[in-house]
Design a protein around this ligand. Structure first.
Ligand SMILES: Cc1ncc(COP(=O)(O)O)c(C=O)c1O
Length: 398
């Protein structure tokens, strides 16, 4: 079946965080303007209809019309586990055993539960800034200590500062590393060599790795994503997988952890207790992994083209904006610093005058994030064009 991602999908009135909840966004300090003409392209959430097999599977749940407690287990519902296992075997040559899979209702929740299960108050949690904002807030909200190993920015291409990374990992207080691969917001998809080095350093210094790989299915056509678990035998590894980003199912909170080590797995489960999915979540995960590949292939092609479209637009109309083609994710990390404007001036021009809602650099990096803006591009291209035209008009002649 051919999907049309140029179709206008009305999301207002559907309890959409980004389209309907302006006062919440204002409360969160993301913007002071939100109205009927705001273009919200700040969050990693697609404005596209889902794959037909997922829609059909969810319709069957509605048809049954019973929404009681729902559970999964390798013995009772092997089809749930097979769907996940076959997906990663087929696409990433990753062999997962059913018992290694642990359902959690969301990836940020999974990271939080791992922090609570394996560290204590005051312990250090290592991250690489600029980084997805909730990692920092989760570390702080659980009263742990942020240990940042700043990525090196070479003309918009980000790499790990391995010397610094090892120094931070070697600190006795550092207990856990949150790996983000592909990396939000820089779009880096770490190479096997980079991943192996990070894992070796963590293993040497007994640092648990929580690998958030939920953007792994959304890499560019010419990029290969490698799950860390296929490269290392290090047992202190928890991988977060999810249909949430891949199939635009974030509202169903469908995260599946892979925890190969039985001791680690038990400790995690004992700490966070039994987490039950909704019947919609179970149906969607099975349908997505078994029947969603055709949709995913098409959406990836559309996203690749949208990213090229934006880069071309910037080259033509805003050549001062520095922006690399991300290897993975549908996120662009744009450097406006060549305009020599204050962060506040940049913000006002975009968020208030152009009325386009992005996410500002300091959210991802309080120290070096000024002058950066992050956009998520999974919306129809005509709207993306309007968003960038409005922004470019504000920076015309500067
Ligand atoms: C790297 C990363 N991790 C986690 C999340 C949130 O995932 P979830 O909705 O499963 O909590 C996002 C969402 O943008 C993300 O980019």
């Amino acid at each position: 079946m051919k999907y049309n991602f140029d179709e206008e999908v009305e999301r207002r009135g559907s309890y959409s965080t980004k389209w309907d909840c302006g006062s919440l966004l204002k409360e969160m300090g993301l913007t002071e303007r939100f109205d009927g003409s705001t273009i919200p392209v700040f969050t990693a959430d697609m404005d596209f209809h889902c794959a037909k097999p997922i829609q059909d599977a969810l319709a069957r749940v509605v048809e049954h019309n019973v929404y009681g407690y729902t559970a999964i287990s390798p013995h009772d519902t092997p089809e749930y586990y097979d769907a996940i296992i076959n997906w990663f075997k087929r696409r990433n040559h990753w062999e997962i055993q059913p018992e290694e899979i642990v359902y959690v209702n969301g990836t940020v929740e999974a990271v939080k539960q791992a922090i609570l299960a394996f560290t204590k108050e005051g312990d250090g949690v290592l991250i690489n800034r600029p980084i997805y904002t909730p990692f920092t807030s989760t570390i702080l909200n659980t009263h742990r200590t942020v240990v940042n190993s700043q990525l090196i920015n070479s003309d918009g291409y980000y790499t790990v500062d391995f010397e610094d990374f090892e120094q931070k990992a070697a600190d006795d207080n550092t207990k856990l590393f949150i790996l983000c691969n592909p990396h939000n917001p820089t779009g880096r998809t770490w190479t096997p060599d980079e991943l192996t080095k990070m894992a070796q350093i963590c293993e040497k210094h007994h640092v648990l790795i929580v690998a958030d790989e939920i953007h792994g299915d959304l890499v560019r056509k010419d990029t290969i994503f490698t799950p860390l678990a296929t490269l290392t035998g290090y047992r202190s590894l928890i991988t977060c997988t999810a249909v949430n980003k891949t199939f635009n199912l974030a509202g169903l909170h469908a995260t599946n952890l892979v925890i190969p080590d039985p001791g680690l797995r038990e400790q995690f489960k004992n700490s966070c207790g039994m987490v039950l999915p909704s019947p919609f979540t179970v149906a969607a995960v099975i349908a997505a992994y078994n029947e969603g590949e055709e949709w995913l292939d098409q959406v990836k092609e559309y996203l690749d083209d949208s990213i090229d479209f934006v880069l071309e637009f910037l080259k033509e109309r805003m050549p001062k904006v520095k922006c690399r083609r991300p290897e993975g994710t549908y996120i662009l990390w744009m450097d406006f610093s060549a305009y020599c404007l204050s962060a506040e001036d940049i913000r006002r021009k975009i968020y208030v005058d152009a009325n386009v809602l992005l996410e500002s650099g300091p959210q991802f990096d309080s120290e070096f994030g000024e002058g950066f803006e992050r956009i998520c591009v999974p919306t129809r291209r005509a709207l993306l064009n309007e968003a960038f035209t409005r922004i470019a008009d504000q920076f015309e002649g500067l």
